[in-house]
Design a protein around this ligand. Structure first.
Ligand code: F6P
Length: 359
């Protein structure tokens, strides 16, 4: 009998359930019906710390392919706080090891983003058998071409831009659409191009407002009735990017209150006395049912995780490289972010199309 623990950690996304289903189906198929017990930990690492779990039944994994969210619940537990005891004085890492050993698990499967995979690596260094699965709408996990959840967020953000497009045109407005992505601009880049944005501002390409004004002026001169600016929530102006780390952090905090989209809209209003609006799709980018692509890759990722467990190939993160699902050591990815490369071909092509990046 194999005993496998499973948890979902960090911000949710649409294909978490589909991925867990993939793992469960793969395990049942590889080891045989009734040969695997799966323990689902509630609310991420919290469940592992407090021994809050449920023994899953095979039926728990049916009907999940198109169900968004996570049947296990999730929570954020920052890696940097792992050596800080919980409010009620529990030492987190020893408590997680204790739960794992008490249940006599053969492996812990962690569906999570960057921080969660760092913790997965820490547990692996502490002797636990761990397999990671790359979850995040942000697509910023180093070592994989794509994460599950990303495509769906791009779809939702693109749909939001499509909806803004018509109303912006009716009212001759400048619209700032602020897109999620934390410190990286993947969703904004893809949705911005797919949605036909006129300006795309990414954290990786610090912007100059003068360039943004020029782009708006150019459209007005061309007789265009509206402009759509797609800005990543982590985008920063050029002047701020140049500051030393501490000052930069303070300036970003000030700028992003309530959020960068409002800051940019205020500046455009002051410059042109234009009719400017801000639209923020926010957490809708993480909600709803997974699309076909995310179901496709999460099923493949799940199958790969089951194979790693069968082969006792632990301490690995399942990844996609050039269309092939494979695995890399957790230590290779832990602590690194996958940023948009400023020489990214898509950026160059978008510039050819006349899209302004504010640089
Ligand atoms: O990491 C996913 C993400 O949606 C980011 O894009 C965003 O910055 C953050 O999570 C929002 O976090 P929360 O759900 O805690 O508000």
């Amino acid at each position: 009998m194999k005993k496998i623990g499973m948890l979902t950690s960090g911000g949710d996304c649409q294909a978490l359930n589909a991925t867990m289903r993939g793992v469960a189906k793969g395990l049942e198929n590889l080891f045989g019906i009734g040969e695997v017990e799966i323990y689902g930990f509630k609310d991420g690492y919290k469940g592992l710390i407090y021994g809050n779990y449920q023994k899953m039944k095979p039926m728990d994994f049916t009907g999940l392919l198109n169900k968004g969210g996570t049947i296990l619940g999730t929570s954020r537990m920052p890696f940097k706080m792992m050596d800080v005891p919980t409010d009620d004085g529990v030492e987190k890492v020893p408590a997680m090891i204790k739960t794992y050993k008490k249940l006599d698990l053969d492996c812990l499967v962690v569906l999570g983003g960057n921080g969660s995979q760092k913790t997965a690596h820490l547990l692996s260094q502490n002797g636990l058998n761990v397999v990671g699965l790359p979850k995040t709408i942000d697509n910023d996990i180093w070592g994989t071409d794509v994460t599950f959840g990303f495509q769906n967020a791009v779809d939702v953000a693109t749909h939001a831009i499509d909806c803004i497009y018509t109303t912006a045109e009716s009212h001759s407005r400048v619209f700032v659409v602020e897109i999620m992505g934390h410190k990286v601009g993947w969703i904004t880049l893809y949705a911005g191009i797919a949605g036909g944005a006129d300006v795309i501002l990414l954290p990786e390409v610090p912007y100059d407002m003068k360039k943004v004004y020029k782009a708006i002026e150019k459209r007005t001169k061309q007789g265009k009735r509206f402009t759509i600016i797609c800005v990543a929530e982590g985008a920063i102006p050029k002047e701020v990017a140049k500051l030393p780390k501490k000052e930069r952090k303070e300036a970003i905090a000030a700028l992003q209150h309530p959020s960068i989209g409002y800051e940019i809209a205020d500046q455009i209003r002051a410059k042109f006395s234009a009719d400017v609006r801000v639209a923020i799709p926010g957490h809708t980018q993480r909600g709803g049912s997974p699309d076909a692509y995310d179901r496709f890759i999460s099923s493949r990722f799940g199958a790969k995780a089951a194979e790693l467990i069968r082969d006792r190939d632990f301490g690995k993160l399942v990844v996609m490289l050039n269309g092939q699902v494979t695995a890399i050591p957790l230590e290779e990815t832990a602590g690194k972010l996958k940023y948009v490369d400023v020489d990214n071909q898509a950026i160059q092509e978008a510039k050819t199309l006349g899209i302004c990046f504010g640089d």
